[in-house]
Design a protein around this ligand. Structure first.
Ligand code: NDP
Length: 321
């Protein structure tokens, strides 16, 4: 069991964590990235990426993350394949964490980039057609369903926003919701009801995602929650929008979170209420949730961490004089 000391400990290796690492490494902070259970994050389970700037042609999510990791390593980041299981934030900087491997990590600053994961229904066929008709991100994948008959499953802000966004690509969008009213904000609901391209199927649950190897998703088997009656609904694209779960279990009781478990930061910054602890990417952002916004906030976290250390060093020097 080893102890790793660093000026910046980064937990998470998606676009947020790796962007923080690139900036920190180039500032000479010799960051350590503890990669977590899914090295590379959510992009490693997607296929085509067409909205990350810098690439003329479609790139593959796993490839993009490999490049980002190689870039971070090239400028001096240490990547460690481990998962943090314990963290001590009580005594301020330096922060101490313990990995699943038993190794100890001590960081003068801490960048939390543990991300979030889309929630899935768990119905049969959902995983089989993931990327072949089933998606959890309209902004990422809506473009691939241009002119097709699309459904969105859910009734919260995400579901209605995704449906509205998808009308840029399709004239036939149906929201399928398990109750007879949305949970989404009224203003968003009003926009949905006023949009001719969107229909709503109330009181329906998705029992099965239907399709085949050649065509991908072709439809859904639905169940009416009031009558129990089952029916098939034809569709080529299903967007599951039933919420996201941020990976913040480790920080419960230690850092401020909103009701959905997202870390709260000082507005417009990646600063948590604890000096020296920064949060970036999807773990603190339930609105945008894009690779490029995660990368942006990762950069901000590294810059703010650098300033934090500079101030701390200045104050120590002043006190010594
Ligand atoms: P929510 O938790 O608000 O909504 C989830 C929706 O999915 C609900 O309608 C829920 O149904 C439905 N659902 C959950 N589980 C199932 C299931 N197993 N089967 C069928 N339906 C299911 O999640 P959101 O992602 O919409 O929003 C998360 C947070 O982010 C919220 O606080 C939201 O306000 C915020 N947000 C804000 C935005 C903005 O400000 N522009 C944009 C997007 C999100 P039911 O209603 O019956 O419980």
């Amino acid at each position: 069991m080893a102890t790793h000391n660093t000026r910046m400990l980064i937990i998470g290796s998606g676009p947020a964590g790796l962007s923080a690492a690139i900036y920190a490494a180039r500032a000479g902070m010799e960051p350590i990235v503890v990669q977590g259970l899914q090295p590379g994050g959510q992009l490693t389970i997607t296929t085509d990426v067409e909205n990350y700037p810098g690439f003329r042609d479609v790139v593959q999510g796993p490839w993009l993350m490999e490049e980002m990791q190689a870039q971070a390593e090239h400028v001096g980041t240490r990547m460690i394949w481990d998962t943090i299981t314990e963290i001590d934030l009580e005594n301020g900087s330096p922060f101490r964490a313990i990995g699943d491997s038993g190794d100890e990590y001590i960081g003068d600053t801490l960048v939390i980039a543990t991300g979030a994961q889309a929630k899935w229904l768990g119905a049969p066929g959902e995983a089989d057609f993931n990327g072949k008709g089933v998606s959890a991100c309209a902004t990422c994948d809506g473009f691939f369903y241009r002119g097709k008959k699309i459904v969105v499953i859910g009734g919260g802000n995400t579901a209605v926003e995704e449906a509205l966004y998808l009308t840029n690509h399709s004239d036939d969008v149906t929201i399928i919701h398990r109750r007879d009213e949305f949970r989404a904000e009224k203003i968003l609901q009003d926009r949905v009801f006023a949009n001719e391209k969107i229909s709503v199927l109330w009181n329906k649950t998705v029992e099965e995602f239907l399709g085949d190897g050649a065509n991908g998703l072709t439809g859904l088997r639905l169940k009416d929650t009031l009558t129990g009656e089952e029916s098939n609904f034809e569709t080529e694209g299903a967007f599951v929008a039933i919420g996201h779960a941020p990976a913040t279990e480790l920080f419960k009781g230690k850092l401020d979170m909103d009701n959905s478990g997202y870390l709260t930061v000082e507005p417009g910054t990646p600063k948590t209420a604890l000096p020296g602890v920064f949060a970036c990417g999807d773990v603190m952002d339930h609105v945008y949730r894009q690779a490029v916004t995660a990368a942006g906030t990762g950069c901000m976290a590294a810059l703010d961490a650098e300033r934090f250390l500079a101030t701390q060093e200045f104050e120590k020097k002043e006190a010594a004089e």
